[in-house]
Every structure is written in structure tokens, then in C-alpha cells.
Design a protein around this ligand. Structure first.
Ligand code: GLN
Length: 191
């Protein structure tokens, strides 16, 4: 199994370290040519969603990746990655990949709470250390989107078909349970 990590901007190296710890082979997606390499699943890291989306389009990577996600390739998205997957972004007319029916609010915790730490429960995982950095939260989800985590009544983690998305940074806390859950999802979908 090989996992591709989108490596245009943001916290991609930290995801790669988790994959190294778990002994999973991975490649970086930096240019369109990288999409020709074989990979079974995708990680969309945190960073700046507007910058990532712009680069994806400029580098002709946006449409091919969107198609692969729509065709069922497993995706783990964190923070900015979650924003890329949302079908609706509060206060904006357009979205990016739009492959999860949900509405997100960017930088939703305001300036003072720009970054914070919280220990909360995740369905199927249990108590988890959540590191939020200028994070979005999910205002509402469509039918069939499973809510995995909520912090003070705001949705911060969801599963939808082949996609897992969290508004915090699971790659920064040394707890690999979310990545392990993702590996299970990949195994089920490739069996
Ligand atoms: N604020 C960023 C955005 O809107 C997300 C922050 C993050 O990925 N840590 O894209």
C-alpha cells in the first residue's frame, strides 16, 4: 500500500513522519507528473486552503485528484484539507473539491482562540489529543455524513464514504490512532 501526501504547502512532512512510524510507504505529490506514480490513498494536510487550491489548479493537479476522490480513493484530510473537501464554505460562493456534503466555517474560532488544545472523544477511537490551529469547524452536514467528533457542540470530525476529515491536526500530537483508522479504511476499500 502506498499513500500519497499532497506536498504543495503546509504540514505535509508531519504526516509523512506518522506514516514512517506506522511503516507505510508514501510518496509526495508536488507536480502533475507525480500523479502517474502508483498510490492507493491520499492525505490532504493542513496549511492554507486558498493557497493549496490555487497551486493545485496552476499545476494541473486539481481535476485529476478530484476525479480520483469522486471515484472512491480513500482520503484523510486535516484542517485546510477538510476545507478543500467541503461542498460549501460559509461566506464564499464557491468551494474547492466539494466532495463531502457539508458547510464549513474557516478560521472559525476567532483571533483569541486561534490555536488551542482540547482532549475530546472521537467515535471508534476514544479520547484523543486535538491540536487546533486557526481551525475551521463544520456548521452542518448533509445526509449520510457521519459525525465522528464534536467540541462544544461544533462538529470537528466526519466520515463520508471514502473520506475522513478533521479540523484539528492529528499529525502533531504523537497519537497515531486517526492514521491507523485511515489505514483500516484503505484496507477495506482495496480488498
Ligand atoms: N486557516 C486555514 C485555512 O483557512 C486552515 C488552518 C490549518 O490548516 N491549520 O485554510
Amino acid at each position: 500500500m502506498t499513500i500519497a501526501v499532497l506536498a504543495l504547502q503546509g504540514a505535509f512532512a508531519e504526516h509523512e513522519k506518522v506514516l514512517d512510524r506506522l511503516g507505510v510507504s508514501h510518496i509526495e505529490l508536488r507536480q502533475a507528473g507525480d500523479l502517474k506514480k502508483p498510490f492507493d490513498a491520499l492525505i490532504l494536510p493542513g496549511g492554507e486552503s486558498t493557497v493549496q487550491s490555487k497551486l493545485l489548479k496552476e499545476l494541473d493537479m486539481f481535476e485529476p485528484l478530484k476525479k480520483r476522490i469522486e471515484n472512491g480513493m480513500p482520503v484523510l484530510a486535516t484542517c485546510a484539507g477538510l476545507i478543500l473537501l467541503a461542498s460549501e464554505i460559509e461566506g464564499q460562493d464557491s468551494c474547492h473539491f466539494g466532495t463531502i456534503p457539508m458547510c464549513v466555517r474557516r478560521n472559525a474560532y476567532g483571533r483569541q482562540l486561534g490555536s488551542f488544545y482540547y482532549e475530546g472523544g472521537i467515535k471508534g477511537i476514544g479520547t484523543y489529543p486535538m491540536e487546533f490551529i486557526r481551525a475551521p469547524y463544520i456548521e452542518s452536514v448533509g445526509d449520510d455524513v457521519e459525525i465522528l467528533a464534536e467540541v462544544e457542540e461544533k462538529i470537528v470530525g466526519v466520515a463520508y464514504k471514502n473520506q475522513l476529515a478533521f479540523s484539528f491536526h492529528p499529525e502533531l500530537t504523537g497519537n497515531d490512532k486517526i492514521h491507523e483508522k485511515f489505514l483500516e479504511l484503505i484496507k477495506v476499500s482495496t480488498d
